[in-house]
Design a protein. Structure first.
Length: 284
């Protein structure tokens, strides 16, 4: 238990912590504190996906996956949960990315106006990080502590090399790209390492396919330069982009119709409860 715990919560977590923070060190050394400040606020906004989605999802997933993976239909259950994670996750990526500019305008001065461009890279990186909880199941089942140490270690080394190569050329964007590429590489390694011991049909291509509507809609956001508009107009057009995202997802099959029914039932149930509370208040 001690050796397994060191591999899980000790060295591997330290490596992921280093992966998260090392880019700030290189930005400060190469570009200066002003670039660090812009990058940091974009990074913090991008990390909103952690408390809003990834962390609670993982907290629920960890006990669940160990309770069902031996079941006859355990793999199917986990694959369906993976699809749900992708659907909700990419929707969260879109929401945080297109509303990041408004958030930064409210929280910071014009000096940080370009920080919103950092956000999509960070949000996608942490969505990938969450998907590793699915891919790494086999590694944890077989207690392959060495793999659990090696994979974050390689990703951290790759991040350092990319930072050194990209930051001098494109500054904060280089750090953001390095973060995304490093987490993507870590996901690939967990995928191939985990499927040796517990094989599920949840390839990385399946994860990326679910993100196609996001890339399409966010490209429109940048192409029409909604971020250059006033906050009210940008908010209005962003809301239209959210509707477009849902339309693309349903019509082209990126989001199964069964999930639309579930979403409809949840909304209907919430509205019914709200109306019941309002009726009770009026009666009092």
């Amino acid at each position: 238990m001690l050796s397994y715990g060191i591999g899980m919560a000790g060295a591997s977590d330290f490596l992921e912590w280093l992966l998260t923070l090392v880019d700030r060190y290189f930005l400060r050394a190469i570009m200066g504190y002003a670039t660090v400040a812009v990058y940091s606020i974009g990074y913090k906004v991008g990390m909103l996906i952690m408390p809003f989605l990834v962390t609670p999802f993982i907290n629920a997933l960890i006990p669940y996956k160990y309770s069902v993976y031996k079941d006859e239909d355990g793999k199917r259950k986990l694959e369906e949960l993976f699809d749900l994670y992708n659907i909700v996750g990419w929707f969260a990526v879109l929401g945080i990315s297109i509303y990041a500019n408004i958030t930064i305008k409210i929280l910071a001065t014009d000096d940080y106006s370009q920080a919103f461009m950092i956000v999509p890279f960070i949000v996608m990186a942490y969505l990938l990080d969450g998907s590793c909880e699915f891919y790494s199941l086999g590694i944890h089942i077989e207690k392959k502590v060495v793999l659990n140490l090696a994979i974050p270690g390689v990703a951290t080394l790759l991040n350092i090399m990319l930072n050194l190569a990209l930051i001098p050329r494109i500054g904060a964007y280089g750090a953001a790209i390095s973060t995304l590429v490093s987490y993507f590489a870590m996901t690939i390694m967990y995928y191939f390492g985990g499927r040796v011991y517990y094989r599920m049909e949840i390839g990385v291509g399946r994860f990326l396919k679910a993100g196609i509507p996001f890339f399409a809609v966010y490209t429109l956001y940048l192409f029409f330069e909604f971020h250059r508009m006033g906050m009210f107009l940008e908010f209005l057009f962003n809301s239209m982009l959210v509707i477009l995202y849902l339309f693309i997802s349903f019509v082209f099959g990126f989001m199964p119709k069964s999930y639309a029914v579930i979403l409809r039932d949840i909304i209907t149930d919430r509205l019914a409860k709200r109306e019941a509370v309002e009726d009770e208040d009026r009666s009092l």
